[in-house]
Design a protein around this ligand. Structure first.
Ligand SMILES: Cc1cc2nc3c(=O)[nH]c(=O)nc-3n(C[C@H](O)[C@H](O)[C@H](O)COP(=O)(O)OP(=O)(O)OC[C@H]3O[C@@H](n4cnc5c(N)ncnc54)[C@H](O)[C@@H]3O)c2cc1C
Length: 340
């Protein structure tokens, strides 16, 4: 494995932040993990990088960046109703989705066009349009940096939650995910009730559903709705949608009649963070080269040469104003990378 010093990460993060890695290597094969410890860069600490679409770099990174490029998509078994596919952690997520759609393997079509890699998908249990990766995930294989051994977690062991998993909790910074195994359906179950998938399918003139049509509809909606990181730097939704006790939601609803809420089955209601942020007047806010997207209050953006520190500071101001007005503490979805 080649290790380079002082490498620009500009093209490795969707926010388009210019920052340098003190040490940088590409990881192409699992076996390379067994000798990581022998590399002098190991003592600087490790940071595993995928597509860089869920991070905000605020400064140069003193750790050793291990850029996961482990590829490969293979069918490992099947029965009458399911097929099991293992994908390398460095595969581009959308490429994996397109592979499944082409083969007629159902389950991930609603997750089309989410940026990033297969290996990062379980970290925050990516989700969109009524589907989360936990719904189709069978197993995660990873290298345990503490035990210096390969291990696997079943779906249950991953302890998935809303944009959450054990890899953001007890295993944070201790696991290098190397592959993910998915169990996909041979006979599709269509999820079209979320967002405006149905309207989009109608607009496309679709009368007979297929997973390809759903994938195409999701791609069309996302392309029209979300800013393209190649044009405006961003990392998608910057905040999670808060979940509050039903009683808190009902009391807020008395004050704010138009407050949207989606009841969950755990006595809580999910409130769209974008609505709260918009009510606080942030939508379209711009200062210099950073701000809040004009159409998506949940998306913080870099118009060119913004600094990660400015965007991180803006996120604190937004969180403070939502807390002050609604009493709700927003949580970030994007990981802010700061020097230790
Ligand atoms: C325009 C846009 C739209 C988005 N839409 C959605 C959406 O609809 N739904 C959604 O859930 N997310 C969405 N996201 C967020 C992002 O796409 C996901 O979080 C994605 O899974 C991040 O993948 P990545 O490879 O880019 O991870 P990175 O940003 O590279 O890393 C994220 C975290 O995972 C860790 N990590 C990455 N790979 C590994 C590995 N192999 N082993 C161990 N740790 C690892 C990193 O250390 C870091 O902590 C969006 C982002 C953008 C820019």
């Amino acid at each position: 494995m080649q290790t380079l010093a002082h490498v620009s990460l500009l093209s490795c993060n969707t926010f388009g932040m210019e920052a340098y890695a003190a040490h940088y290597s590409e990881l192409h094969r699992e076996e390379e993990l067994l000798s990581l410890k022998d590399n002098p860069a190991y003592s600087s600490g490790l940071f595993i990088l995928g597509g860089g679409s869920n991070i905000l770099l605020t400064a140069d990174v003193p750790q050793w960046i291990l850029h996961n490029k482990i590829g490969g998509i293979e069918r490992i078994k099947e029965d009458d109703s399911h097929v099991w596919i293992r994908a390398g952690a460095g595969e581009v997520w959308h490429r994996f989705v397109l592979y499944c759609v082409e083969q007629g393997y159902a389950g991930v079509e609603n997750l089309s066009l989410i940026p990033g890699t297969v290996g990062a998908a379980p970290i925050q249990n990516i989700g969109a349009y009524g589907v989360e990766v936990k719904d189709v995930l069978e197993q995660v294989r990873f290298f345990d940096l503490e035990q210096q051994a390969f291990r696997s977690f079943t779906q249950a062991e991953c302890r998935f939650g809303y944009r959450d998993s054990i890899f953001k909790g007890a295993m944070k910074g201790k696991a290098v995910i190397t592959s993910v195994t998915f169990r996909l359906d041979k006979v599709p179950v269509f999820h079209t009730s979320y967002g405006n998938i149905r309207q989009e399918l109608e607009a496309m003139g679709i009368t007979e559903l297929s997973i390809k049509h759903i994938s195409d509809a999701v791609i069309r909606i996302r392309s029209a709705k979300l800013p393209d990181p190649k044009k405006i730097g961003n990392a998608g939704s910057f905040f999670k949608n808060p979940e509050v006790p039903d009683a808190v939601y009902l009391s807020l609803k008395e004050q704010y009649a138009s407050l949207p809420g989606y009841p969950l089955d755990n006595g809580k209601t999910k409130i769209p963070a974008g609505w709260l942020i918009e009510q606080c007047g942030w939508k379209g806010y711009r200062e210099g080269d950073y701000g809040v997207h004009k159409d998506q209050a949940l998306v913080l953006v870099n118009y060119g040469k913004a600094s990660g520190a400015d965007i991180a500071a803006l996120s604190v101001r937004i969180m403070d104003s939502v807390k002050q007005r609604f009493g709700i503490q927003l949580e970030r979805e994007v990981q802010i990378i700061q020097p230790a």
